[in-house]
Design a protein. Structure first.
Ligand SMILES: Cc1ncc(C[n+]2csc(CCOP(=O)(O)OP(=O)(O)O)c2C)c(N)n1
Ligand SMILES: Cc1ncc(C[n+]2csc(CCOP(=O)(O)OP(=O)(O)O)c2C)c(N)n1
Ligand SMILES: [Mg+2]
Ligand SMILES: [Mg+2]
Lengths: 339, 329, 339, 329
């Protein structure tokens, strides 16, 4: 897909680079959101863009999410290709009508006559004690409503390629970056938040899950931080002779059901790891896909590790209790193998 | 104001077309709903919001717009669409749920999209405002001398999007005109019970932009106010809010029992029918003859009839088409 | 639970009666929303209340959903028990922040110190050609986010009892009535939209699914219109010797997982019927529950019949194509029995 | 204004308590974050928004409030909470994530709920406004002479909830006071780039209610404006919006690099420290002696120290408590 590279970037820089390249390439691309300008985005996803492209193409907005996300739609319908940042996904509720009733549906209502090339990018994830209005993932919420592609990168490499694909897509995309994976200096650093990223532009197709690690005893299916934790757990489990396959879905819409089915055919056991809420979400959808389409290959109940239907609590022991982690994954896999 | 006759005649034609369209639609909507009124039956099912009586707002504003200017309408969109020049046949076919419709039957009456004339609308009250702001942003970014118009009702003016959209347009000095149709009602709720002040135009102060209240349901008055605002927007002078007093002749939707409305209100409003008044004006001021107007009446009738005929004769989409167009390729 | 009654009410009247009884009983209960006053609610759920209780307790609001739903929260936190109507659930996007970040979470954030006795009632469902901003069910969306109880009645009897339970509950409840089941004169009438309803107040506990029909070959699990359609289909299938069990979940939160497991243990085959979107929703959650907890009893893949991830289209043939129906259920059951 | 000495002394005490609280919190927040600043580490993790410099708004308003009046604060809530009389120990314990906290550690710094003094807040910008409107609605419905106050920032004044909430309060003539803290910034965005007019108080016109701009970060000026508004609300005269120019001494949150802020701005603002000025005022007008004020300083220090001590010494909740309290029984 691209030349081997030794240059390493954080995920935040990879995202900003992707946007920068596309802004150079296409004058229709612009960025707007709160603090995306001089500040460079609270999570650095727009760092350097303001300096490079100026205030006309990197627009700081008032705190009016319904207003400026709706405006992004209006601009997209008139031929622009906005990238609009919703600072935390948790704030979606003030702008959801523009997002799901309009951005997501105008193409359909118009019988395909209207294109909405718009990227809504937003920060997700917890683990740093920011409580329940600043720590959610909510990808299940967006994936449930038709009309938006839902992208959730887990590595800097994927982040860049998926962002370029998102910008070039003629359809609306919600692009969800996990705060803990961005490689921000002020977050708990995990080593894979910095990774090799080629300098040139490249795309990664939507709807293609990636087998991050081959295995034969059990499959762990996840996205974002869950993928990272699953890989950690897999290393641990390997020591005990348990061979784990890790599947990174990368996009929830489109969902690579084939990859899900294939991994079940191989390992016959599935653990879904989901930092979003347990019920009525991604973990359920993956489990349902398995039981619908790979029932005959399944040798044990599907297991789910997700936030147990409570708002994300603030206090460290409470938050740690509800979030998935590699040690919880290790335990869950062992239980799964016993069943 | 010195308005060319041609323009006045077009205004008349558009208003009459709208009125005929709405009346024809009201009839079509009733088909298959007798003796039992079931919203799901007949050739035109679903909700139906008609705009008879509100022609001056749509026509007075859109007369100033070019094809490449953008208009975002509301749940009650026909008059705006017609005034903006939306393809009447395909619009009607859409409302009949036909595959020849603007959205191949997927959107229906509240979701009319005609990118050729930059028209869109929505069933969500207040949603039009930020979207028109965004169109104006695109125009400004590209340094095009195009204007966007957001139409919305007096009820919508109490939605948060009103505030957010007007503020954005003002700080960014965008070429957008906000046009509030004050028909005194939001379904059953009268404006004075929903709105803290009597005129939304006065809310312009909160954004440092001009605000104009057009106190009569008169196409010329609207034309004048809109002309100024649109020209200012086009020349880079930023947004304006215009509010127009207008009258809703039908119920909120077809089938509305209208228990909330004084019995004689509609009767009274119709005394002041803006089309009749405009017709009279044209004749009394020797601008047009009865005969000329009659010709326009006929033309309007022809347009409407053709549109309905086209719609009726068009085929339905194949059921499986339901699965298409969630995304474009 | 209550005396046998021969009085029949529509579901709309049953709801209005429930509210009326509770307003008589408890001065803290009041109603607000658009057109709930003189109009009596667009769907009649507040018919007669204005006349009885006056404008101080039956409050027409401006079209400011975030404003008045947020106000309902403020009033609830100060000891009132508001019933607030969101006219169509499809409009949730303008008020979602108040709903899910505040109404649903304040109790949790306060460690149980704050009570939010609030009923958010709203109309759901399609089938009458109102297109994708006025026809959705979206119960999956609300059930995914913790902190709201999610109630979806299928009969007038349940509607009354569940509404009284909702009003008396000290927690926020979203109460979703299906337009097609209300017994409105201007909607397609189905016979069960009018049914026996006792005059006195009674409650129905949340989290108790109801077996609407016993069967042994296959279980159909659904809510609202789906229950009605499933019962129709069951009659059809009976003629062909197929014995169908129909389970009405009645509440999505809490979800009666035990009832789901029990019916699977009995029939070993499950069809989930869901008028909400297919992916990442109720049908997935039910399927996941089955494969997690009743795997050993399952003899065939779980099948799902739901809206196939497209916004609800307007045109009749299109809408009929995407909505569940009793004939589609019949076909799905037959397929299920073949697998 | 003739303000009793006791009241003035309480104002001073509350302001000093707030200042000390925020400074102490800033230090506690740094603990465990050296040499590597990781937002997730130390005894006080997560985001931290401090209000040093903004004491006059909170104190000037809340001095007029009774225990049973309601206050809804923001993401920057400590000064409001302290001024409203929230239990300082339990508040601090909450911020330390302890089980003795107001929310047993579930909410943290942006989610402080003290029903005893009718205080709540939220991390969502603009969310406070409708909620205070609702509290006021409850008071009015029950014919209680209680008042609700919504605090919010200059940034929040561009949210849709501002418009919706003010309109509702105005049409229903509710006993609520809207208090906008104009600290010139919404994170990195200066007010003049986000707000179409210079004063949100002028937006009162859009709702037909009184609007007052208090142009100096002065507790007495706030006290005066708030007194009038709260009294009007209490007597059934309806809502008021008050905007107060104030100064944010810290970054938006702790750890904010503040690249957007002129280098010397904070230095300059501190020249005009509202507490120092008020102290000087009290002495120069012979209202209080150095010694008396010193005693209040000590009292404030004691309150703050006790609160932090209580928080530090309290136990964490058991991890499984995470599963409790989604619903009350
Ligand atoms: C956000 C939202 N809330 C409520 C509705 C339901 N609704 C449709 S039209 C309408 C009244 C609109 O009043 P107004 O804006 O004055 O327009 P009019 O109908 O008078 O043309 C309402 C409440 C909606 N479509 N969207
Ligand atoms: C709806 C929403 N949008 C964005 C944010 C992120 N955010 C938190 S505080 C803040 C700035 C608020 O500015 P202002 O209202 O002036 O209050 P201040 O921080 O100055 O006290 C922003 C953008 C949020 N919490 N909620
Ligand atoms: Mg109106
Ligand atoms: Mg500020």
């Amino acid at each position: 897909m691209s030349a081997i590279t030794s240059r390493k970037l954080t995920m935040a820089k990879a995202i900003a680079e992707a946007i920068s390249l596309e802004m150079e390439r296409d004058p229709r691309v612009f960025v707007m959101g709160e603090d995306v300008g001089v500040y460079g985005g609270i999570f650095g996803a727009t760092a350097g863009l303001y300096e490079k492209f100026g205030p006309e193409r990197v627009i700081d907005t008032p705190i009016s999410e319904a207003g400026f996300i709706g405006a992004a739609l209006g601009a997209a319908m008139e031929g622009m290709r906005p990238i609009v940042e919703l600072m935390f996904v948790d704030f979606f509720g003030v702008a959801m009508d523009q997002i799901y009733n309009h951005i997501a549906k105008n193409t359909y209502f118009s019988g395909g006559n209207i294109r909405v090339p718009l990227v809504l990018m937003t920060a997700v994830g917890g683990g740093y004690n920011d409580a329940g209005q600043h720590s959610q993932c909510l990808w299940g919420t967006f994936a449930h409503l038709p009309g938006l592609k839902v992208v959730v990168p887990s590595t800097p490499y994927d982040a860049k390629g998926l962002m370029i694909s998102a910008i070039r897509d003629d359809n609306p995309v919600i692009y969800m970056f996990h705060k803990g994976l961005l490689g921000l200096g002020w977050m708990t650093l995990i080593k894979d938040s910095t990774g090799p990223v080629p300098e040139e532009p490249y795309t990664i197709p939507f709807g293609k899950a990636e087998v991050k690690r081959e295995g034969k005893d059990v499959s762990i299916i996840s996205v974002a931080m869950g993928v990272y934790q699953a890989l950690e757990a897999a290393k641990e489990l390997e020591k005990e002779g348990i061979s784990v396959e890790v599947l990174d879905l990368r996009t929830l819409v489109p969902l690579d059901r084939e990859a899900i089915i294939n991994t079940v055919k191989k390992t016959h056991r599935v653990l879904v790891v989901d930092e979003d809420y347990l019920s009525y979400g991604m973990s359920g959808e993956v489990a349902a896909t398995v039981v619908e389409h790979a029932f005959d290959y399944l040798e044990a109940p599907v297991k789910r590790l997700a936030v147990p239907d409570v708002p994300i609590p603030y206090s460290r022991p409470l938050e740690q209790f509800v979030l998935p982690s590699s040690s919880k994954i290790v335990n869950a896999v062992k239980e799964l193998l016993r069943s | 104001m010195n308005i060319p006759k041609e323009t006045l005649m077009r205004m008349y034609l558009e208003m009459v077309t709208i009125r005929l369209y709405e009346e024809t639609m009201a009839e079509a909507y009733q088909e298959g709903k007798y003796p039992v009124f079931n919203i799901a039956s007949g050739p035109v099912p679903g909700e139906m919001h008609l705009a008879a009586g509100q022609e001056p707002v749509a026509v007075g504003v859109c007369m100033h717009l070019k094809k490449e200017d953008a208009v975002v309408g509301t749940h009650r969109p026909h008059h705006f669409a017609i005034a903006k020049g939306v393809d009447l046949k395909r619009m009607t076919a859409e409302i009949f749920g036909k595959v020849t419709g603007l959205g191949r039957g997927k959107g229906g009456h509240m979701h009319l999209f005609d990118p050729d004339v930059h028209f869109s609308c929505s069933g969500i009250v207040g949603a039009s405002i930020p979207q028109a702001v965004g169109a104006a942003l695109a125009f400004k970014m590209r340094k095009e001398k195009r204007v966007a118009v957001a139409f919305f009702g007096d009820g919508a003016a109490n939605q948060g999007t009103f505030h957010e959209g007007l503020n954005l347009a003002a700080i960014w000095k965008l070429p957008v005109v906000f046009v509030c149709e004050d028909n005194s009602w939001a379904i059953s709720v009268p404006k004075e019970k929903s709105t803290a002040i009597s005129q939304n135009a006065d809310r312009a102060v909160a954004y440092g932009i001009p605000g104009v209240y057009v106190g009569e349901n008169d196409v010329l008055a609207v034309y004048e106010a809109a002309g100024e605002a649109i020209e200012r927007a086009r020349q880079g002078g930023g947004p304006t809010i215009i509010e127009v007093k207008t009258d809703r002749f039908f119920g909120h939707f077809q089938g509305d029992p209208e228990v909330y409305r004084p019995k004689d209100e509609v009767q009274r409003l119709k005394q002041n029918d803006p089309i009749k008044r405009f017709r009279k004006y044209l004749i009394e001021n020797d601008i047009a003859t009865e005969n000329e107007l009659k010709q326009l009446d006929d033309e309007a009738r022809k347009r409407v009839e053709e549109a309905f005929l086209f719609a009726r004769e068009s085929p339905y989409p194949a059921p499986e088409e339901a699965l298409l167009h969630v995304f474009v390729e």
